[in-house]
Ligand binder design. Structure first.
Ligand code: UGB
Length: 589
């Protein structure tokens, strides 16, 4: 060691010397190769050792384990080893829910009861490169009628569940964890602080920051140094799978367990419909006693969402697991489905689409993490220079996904999934306008345009279901995407948490025209014999009972198109391709 490091060795503490020894023992001499003697760049050398210490402490098993895992995965990748070797895919069976039927209502009510024993975890460490938005995604408005951003929307739903599930008794505060990263942490905290945590108690909210992992420069898993700074190891995100080791190492799971909590619900940064599916899905978990329950929607072939698949091994083992969208087609082609990822006769892939909303039962979850330390099966995806696979085009790293958690579970684990209609449960904002416009016809766009329009569609369909005459949508092309434009109907979660609650607030015969806007912002607002043709914003304090009735007719809020390249318009409007001219409306207080 002294020969590699020379007199620099004496600059290190005994603990740091151990770390350096570990690196040398694991084939990493090159990182010290060009170090000048003591007295030159000592601060930079110290920063390097500090970085190595951080990388070592933030990975289960430390850097040694990371390098070892990387060597194995890189060797498998070079050998072209199929990660599903020995497994045969088939279509699994799960619980399929139909919105508003007896079963659905029963599960929703059971889920609301259970919510007081739940904790929520939002993974929000991703930058959203596909969307290309300059801010953090949770700060984006879910819809621009009220301008409510995703984070506010999520928090208001959790608070509404908290209130509904305590039924007037002492309210248990539902804990809310947000996983951030260096890319999102500061801006997430600022968004919360500058908005008084959107009504949550600050101590209810815990931010856990994921660290990036070291990049690798070759098949020997040698750590890649920054070309501009030889005292810095290149790093990249490790993926949303980090959430499990972070929750485990933070000690928070034990606190929840001691407080009598039973469920942990994981969700992603930009699905404005998700909470419409939460109560019923939680009800399914509780009723079926699932240790793991993944939410799914019917999936279009080649849609960029994973497929829930039953994998049966030749040795008899089987598991129900997400197969990621880039792996599903090759897996199917290699195992008796010559056409790969294609739609069945009903126009959908036979494999349900994973929307990455997981509900885990806390007890078995803690048990499993105590065994694994939260480590999730990883993968590596190097881009090789040529077919010999000896060199990479650029450095790579190991990655992991939160939905791979069940991969290490014993066969006795109760792993299930719940399928809901996509119009009710799934409308993520992931693709920029140009890429969305290229999505094959009939497949969902997953853009800011479709994300917002899907909220209006879902709310319109729900009100139709409870007897309001809601006009049919018109089809319009916005940012190159053909979307249905329904009346712009929004409500606060405390108004419309479940189907039954919505039904109880709608009376008589009401109608809403296609060009209308209706925003319901209070808890005890009743829609009764209302005929709306224009814009109506009902803003009332929670204990005020308001009856919205009679005929409301005005010029309303007109929808105007915005070109996504028009730099004069704000970015949040450009990415959706429209804005509202909000000049005329009626406000009921
Ligand atoms: N995220 C992190 O918190 N940290 C990270 O390092 C990376 C991401 P993407 P993608 O149902 O919607 C997922 O990038 O590739 C957060 C599932 O893997 O949006 O579209 C990030 O902030 C896929 O199976 O994921 O794929 C965001 O909240 C499919 O189900 C979340 O992780 C798909 O989502 C997801 O990140 C979907």
């Amino acid at each position: 060691m002294a020969s590699t490091l020379g007199d620099n060795f004496s600059l290190l503490s005994p603990k740091q010397q151990e770390l350096v020894k570990m690196l040398l023992d694991n084939g990493q001499e090159h990182v010290f190769r060009d170090w000048p003697g003591p007295g030159v760049d000592d601060d930079k050398k110290k920063a390097f050792i500090d970085q190595v210490t951080r990388l070592d402490s933030s990975y289960p098993g430390g850097l040694q384990a990371y390098i070892k895992n990387a060597k194995q995965l890189l060797a498998d990748s070079k050998a072209g080893k199929n990660p599903f070797d020995g497994f045969t895919p088939s279509v699994p069976t799960g619980e399929t829910l139909t919105f508003a039927d007896e079963n659905f209502i029963k599960y929703e009510e059971a889920g609301v009861q259970e919510a007081q024993k739940a904790a929520f975890v939002l993974v929000a460490g991703g930058l959203g490169e596909r969307l290309g938005y300059s801010g953090i995604k949770v700060a984006l408005p879910a819809e621009t009628t009220t301008g409510t951003c995703f984070l506010q929307h999520y928090i208001e739903y959790i608070l509404a569940l908290q209130e509904a599930s305590s039924q007037g008794k002492n309210q248990t505060q539902i804990p809310f964890v947000i996983m951030t990263s260096d890319d999102t942490h500061g801006r997430t905290l600022e968004l919360l602080e500058s908005n008084s945590y959107f009504g949550m108690q600050p101590k209810q909210v815990t931010l856990l920051k994921q660290e990036k992992v070291a990049c690798l420069e070759d098949n020997d898993a040698r750590l890649a140094l920054d070309p501009q700074n030889k005292y810095q190891i290149q790093t990249k995100p490790h993926g949303h799978g980090d959430v499990h080791s972070l929750l485990y190492s933070s000690g928070i799971l034990k606190v929840w367990n001691d407080a009598g909590l039973k469920w942990v619900l994981f969700f992603q940064d930009t699905n404005g419909l998700l909470f419409k599916a939460i109560p019923s899905a939680l009800g399914v978990s509780a009723t079926k006693q699932y240790h793991v329950n993944s939410l799914a929607v019917p999936r279009k072939a080649k849609e960029a969402i994973g497929g829930i698949t039953k994998l049966t091994h030749s040795d008899g083992r089987s598991m129900v697991i997400n197969v990621e969208y880039n792996q599903l087609d090759p897996l199917l082609r290699a195992s008796g489905y010559p056409d790969g990822d294609v739609n069945a006769e009903n126009g959908y892939s036979p494999f349900p689409g994973n929307i990455n909303q997981l509900i885990l039962e806390l007890g078995p979850y803690i048990e499993e993490l105590s065994r694994t330390g939260g480590a999730i099966k990883e993968f590596v995806n190097p881009k090789y220079k040529d077919a010999r696979k000896n060199e990479f085009k650029s450095s790579t790293r190991l990655e992991c996904m939160m939905q791979d958690y069940p991969k290490t579970l014993p066969p006795s684990a109760r792993v299930g999934f719940t399928v809901m209609d996509a119009w009710l449960a799934y409308a993520p904002v992931k693709n920029n306008a140009e890429d969305a416009a290229k999505v094959p016809k009939g497949n969902p766009y997953h853009s800011a345009t479709s994300g917002e329009m899907s909220i209006y569609r879902a709310n319109s369909r729900i009100l139709k279901q409870v007897g309001v005459q809601v006009a049919d949508p018109v089809v319009q092309v916005l940012n190159g995407q053909e979307v249905e434009v329904w009346p712009r109907i929004t409500w606060k979660p405390k108004w419309g948490l479940t189907y039954s609650r919505i039904k109880s607030k709608v009376r008589g015969k009401s109608s809403i025209s296609q060009r209308s806007t209706l925003a319901i912002k209070g808890q005890n607002i009743f829609i009764e014999n209302l005929s709306l043709d224009g814009a109506l914003i009902i803003d009332a304090v929670d204990n005020a009972e308001v009856n919205a009735s009679g005929s409301v007719q005005n010029k309303g809020w007109t929808l105007e198109t915005v070109d996504h390249k028009d730099s004069k318009e704000p970015e949040v409007l450009r990415i959706r391709g429209f804005k509202f001219n909000k000049k005329i409306f009626l406000l009921l207080l």
